[in-house]
Design a protein around this ligand. Structure first.
Ligand code: GCU
Length: 652
């Protein structure tokens, strides 16, 4: 029985509270820290907050869906006149009604259908000169016809929308979402009018507001452009009453010869059969769910392991009743041992580069498969086997392209600089964004690191906040490594130390340094010695200097390509001396828009630390890093399989 409108509204509030509540509950199953599961036992059931309540549907692209992408009618509403009345109280007659005059004397002071369109997916700032700096509300409206098959349910799925989003279908409120970079969905089965041949009988209205908020995640201050809008695809996802909501099919933690995972069904009344098939590997497993709709599994498998050199993906299909979903999944193991990072049991150096989700050539939020492949193609040209996707979850196009192209991924939530650490709503928001990004990407072989934060100042409230995030990540995914971009300090003029207390909750220490740009001149790096409080691998997660592409001059002249080149020459020599260094990710692959960069003729609202300009032109420094990465690739190519010992237990 499809939920009624009342039950739907109840669902929405239930969904939000359950999400937050379940996130608060440490996983009952995993003992402290997701201790390594000895061979054999079934994997832990998913802790994710979605169990039992309206689901976040995983892998919508891999199942039956209808795209609502394209032009949407849009109304720019800086005073939120479409939501509030003149007393600034929510109005019952808001733009979500998509009202039309029924009589010539009617007074309707907006009309979606004669309003200028905006493209979806897309940010509004790069679509109209007049909206480049716009921060506020924009209303979107899309009409659609849909013939719902009997015995099916319908969900409205958003890849992401920046920043705070309210959604109505046919004038009925279906829900809201906070956070600009992760997926969310709502069930609209009870609201959709079945296609009766009359054109466009349904309409969805979305209010998107990208105003920055002190208690937000991110907060008021960032060094990237606050692109607003329906920035990723919008889809109608039709599923049978009983459907596959989410699943994990990966190698068992610390193993290279066993697959472990689970499948969760929604709508099932009692145990159900599920068929897991990996045809190319000759795998066909009949699974059976329990009362809650969950089936867990673990079994031996002979697989070609995924690696940057050989990014092998297998077609994986799951079928349950009338529902099925297919995915392309790679299988690899990732762990740390002392200061080593082991990929498939071999020590690896993460030859990386940072990038923002800025579109090459045109600027704006990167969107397409092509744009993702262009950016990752430049990273591969640099000799990279690793990318740090900064400072927020990039689109699924990016992580799936990394799977195909063989690039390891550092994925991060926008807990950036000085967040409102003591605000419980801010913590719940950060945890939800983390959960949504993990639910989306936990079947991506490329993703090896969940990063909890970037350059956050050490304090007790901050440490407590981030320790909770670490717990959430471990509960949701005990198979991947945790990291964060920490800061460092000097113990004397020549010695730098990394001893941020957050480090004890992490598997891999990330550290940002700008020795030679914000901190002295490039040669300062020559005499520096780095120390760490942790017997853990270090990834230098940022280091860089600005250069306007094509601006040439003396190596001592800032903003020139020669200065940036010299900066990297000094950096490479310093980095090569750090014994516990196992990865680097220079800041940054490509110049990107930033509201904090004002130098005329050089920056003009662009951060120019790219090794490549926004038009794809390589700067001199690109080749300094390329040469070093070639050398590192040769050195690590011969890495022997590490002696088999139980993988280190991950810190809590
Ligand atoms: C910081 C920060 C980046 C920023 C960079 C810069 O470390 O993490 O987001 O863009 O430095 O100053 O260029």
């Amino acid at each position: 029985m499809a939920p009624t409108r009342q039950s739907l509204r109840r669902h929405v509030t239930l969904r939000r509270t359950a999400l937050l509540a379940a996130l608060a509950l440490p996983l009952l199953h995993a003992d402290a820290g997701g201790a390594p599961a000895a061979a054999g036992p079934l994997p832990d059931p998913p802790a994710d907050a979605l169990a039992g309540v309206t689901p976040l549907i995983a892998n919508v692209a891999g199942r039956h869906h209808v795209s609502l992408d394209g032009d949407w009618r849009a109304i720019v509403d800086p005073y939120e006149n479409g939501y509030y009345n003149y007393r600034y109280e929510p109005s019952a007659d808001g733009y979500f009604r998509n009202a039309k005059p029924q009589h010539p004397s009617d007074r309707i002071e907006y009309d979606f259908d004669t309003s200028e369109p905006l493209a979806v997916p897309g940010d509004w700032n790069s679509q109209r000169e007049s909206l480049l700096f716009y921060e506020g509300t924009v209303w979107y409206k899309k009409s659609f016809r849909h013939s719902l098959r009997p015995g099916h349910r319908l969900f409205l799925h958003f890849g992401a929308a920046n920043y705070f989003t309210r959604v109505w279908v046919n004038g009925e409120f279906v829900g809201d979402h906070e956070g600009g970079f992760t997926p969310f969905d709502f069930e609209i089965t009870a609201l959709v009018r079945v296609d009766n041949g009359r054109r466009d009988d349904n309409f969805v209205v979305v209010q998107v507001d990208n105003k920055r908020r002190r208690e937000g995640v991110p907060t008021l201050n960032t060094d990237w452009w606050n692109y607003g809008g329906l920035t990723r695809s919008v889809r109608l996802v039709e599923v049978p009453e009983v459907f596959i909501q989410d699943y994990v099919v990966q190698l068992a933690r610390g193993s290279q010869g066993e697959i472990a995972g689970w499948v969760r069904l929604q709508g099932a009344r009692g145990p159900q059969p599920v068929l897991l098939r990996i045809r190319e590997a000759g795998i066909e497993r009949q699974l059976r769910t329990d009362e809650t709709g969950l089936a867990t599994f673990r079994f031996p498998a002979r697989l070609t392991l995924w690696s940057p050199e050989n990014p092998k993906l297998y077609e994986v299909t799951l079928a349950a009743g009338a529902d099925s979903v297919r995915d392309d999944i790679g299988f690899r193991s990732i762990e740390t041992r002392g200061t080593d990072i082991l990929l498939n049991g071999r020590s690896i150096f993460l030859r990386g580069i940072c990038l923002h989700e800025e579109a090459p050539y045109r600027g704006g939020r990167a969107l397409t498969r092509q744009e993702a492949e262009t950016l990752l193609g430049w990273a591969k040209e640099l000799g990279s086997n690793f990318v740090r996707l900064a400072h927020y979850p990039h689109g699924e196009e990016m992580t799936r392209a990394a799977d195909r192209m063989g690039l390891l991924v550092w994925s991060e939530v926008p807990v950036y600089w000085t967040i409102a650490w003591e605000n419980p709503a801010t913590l719940a928001n950060a945890r939800r964004q983390l959960a949504e990004s993990i639910v989306r990407d936990r079947n991506r072989a490329s993703v090896i690191l969940w990063s909890l934060a970037n350059e956050t100042p050490v304090s007790e409230p901050r440490n407590t906040f981030l320790a909770e995030l670490a717990r959430t990540a471990r509960d949701l995914d005990p198979t991947r490594l945790l990291t964060a971009a920490l800061e460092h300090h000097y113990v004397d003029d020549d010695t730098v130390v990394i001893d941020d207390p957050l480090g004890r909750h992490l598997d891999v220490i990330g550290c940002n340094e700008y020795v030679g740009w914000y901190d002295g001149l490039p040669a300062k790096a020559d005499g520096l010695e780095w120390k760490t409080a942790y017997d853990k691998p270090l990834v230098m997660s940022e280091f860089g200097a600005c250069a306007r592409q094509g601006l040439h001059g003396d190596a001592g002249a800032r903003w020139t390509e020669e200065f940036q080149e010299s900066f990297f020459e000094h950096q490479v020599r310093m980095l090569a001396r750090i014994p516990f260094l196992r990865g680097t990710a220079p800041w940054i692959l490509m110049d990107f828009r930033s509201p904090r960069r004002h130098l005329p003729g050089v920056q003009d609202f662009w951060n120019r630390k790219g090794l490549v300009s926004d038009q794809g032109v390589k700067k001199k420094a690109f080749h300094v890093m390329r040469r070093w990465y070639d050398e590192l690739a040769r050195r690590y190519a011969g890495a022997e399989p590490a002696a088999a010992t139980a993988p280190a237990s991950s810190p809590r």
